[in-house]
Design a protein around this ligand. Structure first.
Ligand SMILES: [Zn+2]
Length: 152
């Protein structure tokens, strides 16, 4: 039986044991030793507690830093995506219906000068471009969120 003044050789491997960095053989050795050594058991428990505290501390600071992101947990995210999709689709359908009616009226009306028709075409192209840009931004934002999640 060893004393506190003479720590076991295994004690140095406890950190690696906790991190799962040991080889299977080393791990087995530490495990077997732990069963018969209260000193190392205590040491391991202390290390675990310390790491737990560190993890909690890191977690808390992450929470504070990423509060808006954490508020957007998975169900909320999906509801958000669903809501955005429905909103975009609805706005798109309603506005395109009205604008289509208006454009058709103007384009088929021969009393409308050509530059107004050109303006209408430009307006439509611009609208389409802006919509695609917003869509792309949303997709990029979603990708970035995913990346951040993995990093955490
Ligand atoms: Zn020991």
């Amino acid at each position: 039986m060893q004393t506190e003044q003479q720590p076991c050789a295994v004690a140095e491997e406890l950190s690696g044991y906790l991190d799962g960095e040991l080889s299977q053989q080393e791990q087995q050795r530490v495990m077997i030793h732990l069963r018969s050594c209260p000193h190392c058991q205590q040491l391991l428990a202390d290390m675990q507690a310390l790491r737990g505290d560190m993890k909690v501390a890191v977690h808390v600071s992450a929470d504070a830093r990423d509060l808006p992101k954490i508020m957007g947990d998975k169900p909320a995210r999906w509801l958000g995506i669903l809501g955005w999709s429905a909103l975009i689709l609805g706005v798109l359908l309603v506005t395109s219906f009205f604008f289509w009616e208006l454009a058709l009226d103007l384009l088929t009306n021969s009393s409308v000068p050509w530059w107004v028709r050109l303006g209408i075409a430009g307006f439509y192209l611009g609208l389409l471009g802006l919509f695609l840009m917003v869509l792309r931004q949303r997709l990029v934002a979603m990708k970035t969120d995913k990346y951040r999640k993995v990093k955490l």
